[in-house]
Design a protein around this ligand. Structure first.
Ligand code: HEM
Length: 336
């Protein structure tokens, strides 16, 4: 009876080199394929924008028809509904450059290439929200000032709405030419951080202060956290690379590595456990009278939602040696 040389075949196929070769061929094939797909003009630039913004606006219009825009509660619901469409886009914009640094590849390249158009989709959803805010504050003033208006929220929201059109206009060459590249960078970087900080803090408070958070609150909080955390990780990676270039990659002692890991883990723990420390930390940070006064008007003060990310940032700084800082002046030789 003829029997298959199974052992031989298995040995041949499970040979490590063979597996590696098959895997690499598969990855190359998939990457080339993905690269081609992601270069398709229909999912890039303005076509991608239309592909996302048009259906989104259609859904918004349909929801508006259903809503009761004669009541404060109805308009309030539309404000929330529209901004929920905006939030994922600002997170995509915030994370775009960092995911490309951390995971270079065709998908992250596509993501970064289309960052501006994701930003435009954010602007469209925010324009819807702006319209509902206008309806509420103009035609339902009593409800607005009794149920909604808080000076600090108003200031935070208005700053957001100042950044937004300024960023949109300067995303086109006719607006951009009025700014130097430093001014442009300052406007867009601070705008993106501010517009990320607003929803992130809204969902942080939903989870760790208000009762009965919804599934969407969790989702948007953790997505916002992740969007910023990848920025920190990318920053750490660049510091590490800069250190390696100047031959300093081994400059961090084992003790320091351990300490940084503890700090980063504490940051992660803080991100998930706000419910247990929010009251104490808020009381502590607002104990001085000047700090308690700032709460009334200074946007986001005293920054509780961002503490966990701040701790993770410190841990990352300790973990990575960073670039060599060249002394500005040559030290004077003691040997004369
Ligand atoms: C002056 C400007 C603004 C006003 C008057 C305003 C007003 C409101 C109102 C009335 C709600 C609904 C609250 C509720 O359901 O109890 C809301 C929700 C929200 N707003 Fe604003 N807003 C402003 C600007 C902004 C900006 C610039 C952003 C972010 C970039 C933003 C993000 C949010 C988020 C994330 C929510 C929660 C949505 C949810 O329920 O999931 N808002 N806002």
């Amino acid at each position: 009876m003829y029997s298959w040389p199974i052992g031989k075949v298995a040995r041949l196929h499970l040979n490590r080199e063979n597996v590696r070769f098959t895997f690499l061929t598969f990855v190359t094939y998939m990457t080339t394929d993905l690269k081609t797909i992601l270069k398709n003009k229909y999912i890039n630039k303005w076509r991608l924008f239309l592909l996302l913004a048009l259906p989104m606006s259609a859904v918004m219009a349909m929801e508006m028809i259903e809503a009761d825009l004669t009541t404060g509660a109805g308009v309030g619901a539309m404000i929330s509904f529209s901004v929920r469409w905006a939030v994922p886009f600002i997170y995509l914009v915030v994370a775009a450059s960092s995911v490309q640094i951390l995971f270079p590849g065709p998908f992250t390249a596509w993501w970064l290439r289309n960052r501006k158009y994701f930003g435009m989709c954010f602007a469209v959803a925010m324009a819807w929200q702006g319209m509902f805010i206008f309806i509420l504050s103009t035609f339902l003033r009593e409800y607005y000032f009794e149920d909604i208006y808080v000076l600090r929220d108003e200031l935070e929201g208005s700053i957001g709405y100042i950044f937004l059109p300024a960023m949109v206009v300067t995303s086109f060459s006719f607006g951009r030419k009025h700014l130097t590249s430093e001014q442009w960078k300052l406007l867009h970087t601070s705008g993106i951080y501010f517009l990320w900080a607003y929803p992130f803090s809204v969902y942080w408070w939903s989870l760790f202060y208000y009762e009965n958070p919804q599934l969407l609150d969790y989702l948007f909080y953790w997505a916002g956290f992740l969007a910023f955390a990848v920025r920190i990780a990318a920053w750490g990676k660049k510091r590490q690379q800069a250190a390696s270039k100047s031959g300093r990659h081994n400059d961090i002692s084992t003790g320091m590595t351990l300490l940084s890991c503890i700090v980063i883990t504490s940051g992660l723990f803080a991100a998930a456990s706000g419910l247990y420390w929010q009251k104490t930390i808020t009381a502590l940070l607002t104990a001085p009278a000047w700090s308690a006064d700032l709460v009334l008007w200074f946007p986001f003060w005293p920054f509780e939602p961002y503490l966990s990310l701040f701790i993770i940032g410190i841990g990352t700084m300790l973990l990575t040696p960073g670039p060599q800082i060249e002394p500005e002046f040559e030290p004077v030789s003691r040997m004369g």
